[in-house]
Design a protein around this ligand. Structure first.
Ligand SMILES: Cc1cc2nc3c(=O)[nH]c(=O)nc-3n(C[C@H](O)[C@H](O)[C@H](O)COP(=O)(O)O)c2cc1C
Length: 193
């Protein structure tokens, strides 16, 4: 599959099944991610693979973090939401958490550019997964902004969780939406003095 075909055919699939990318394919996906444009070669991206029984343990972290957020905000814990937090990593057989680590204070490259590099890494990973025949989906949500979840990922509060990339195989009988038919109306201008 060439690059343009991967770009146009990539579609998010909400629930994915085994087989997950095998080790060789996972490596290819993560290498593609690490090829992202990266101002200053700071390599701000980190990739944390979560799968198997460890996804269940991480689900417990997500549920606990949700309960703590409710307590902090003085709001009621919703059992359905708690259960969703616990089970959400089960929506795919493998999840790559992409995070951005904040560099030293004196870095000349703005943090927003490092986040941009991480977003580019995410898209590279999704495209590589598509080219290798896997389904994928980029998700975020409140856990990304929760220091307790960051700590479980060995991140500092000032680091950022940019994506939970869900990877796996599109279930039989599920047909992802048709490829992207981009509408450029109103998006493109040609600058003139
Ligand atoms: C930074 C970012 C965060 C996202 N977070 C979520 C999310 O938490 N839940 C969700 O359903 N979609 C989320 N999306 C959108 C999906 O990944 C997807 O792009 C969207 O559903 C459109 O489908 P498509 O990728 O097939 O075009 C996010 C996208 C981006 C770029």
């Amino acid at each position: 599959m060439d690059a343009l075909e991967a770009i146009r055919s990539r579609r998010s699939v909400a629930r994915l099944v085994e087989p997950a990318p095998d080790e060789a394919d996972l490596r290819a996906i993560l290498e593609a991610a690490a090829c992202a444009p990266d101002h200053g070669k700071l390599r701000p991206f980190r990739f944390t693979v979560v799968r198997g029984e460890h996804a269940d343990t991480f689900g417990a972290v997500l549920e606990e973090a949700y309960r703590d957020r409710c307590r902090d905000q003085g709001i009621e814990v919703l059992p359905a939401k708690a259960a969703k937090e616990r089970s959400k990593l089960g929506r795919a057989p493998l999840v790559v958490v992409v995070s951005a680590v904040r560099p030293a204070e004196d870095s000349t490259i703005p943090w927003t550019e490092q986040l941009a590099a991480c977003a580019a890494a995410c898209q590279n990973a999704l495209l590589a997964a598509t080219a290798l025949g896997y389904g994928s989906m980029w998700r975020t949500g409140e856990p990304c902004y929760d220091d307790r979840v960051k700590a479980a990922l060995a991140l500092a509060p000032e680091d950022a969780v940019v994506a939970f990339l869900y990877l796996g195989t599109v279930p039989e009988g599920v047909r992802p939406r048709a490829g992207c038919e981009p509408d450029l109306d109103g998006l493109v201008r040609e600058w003139r003095a």
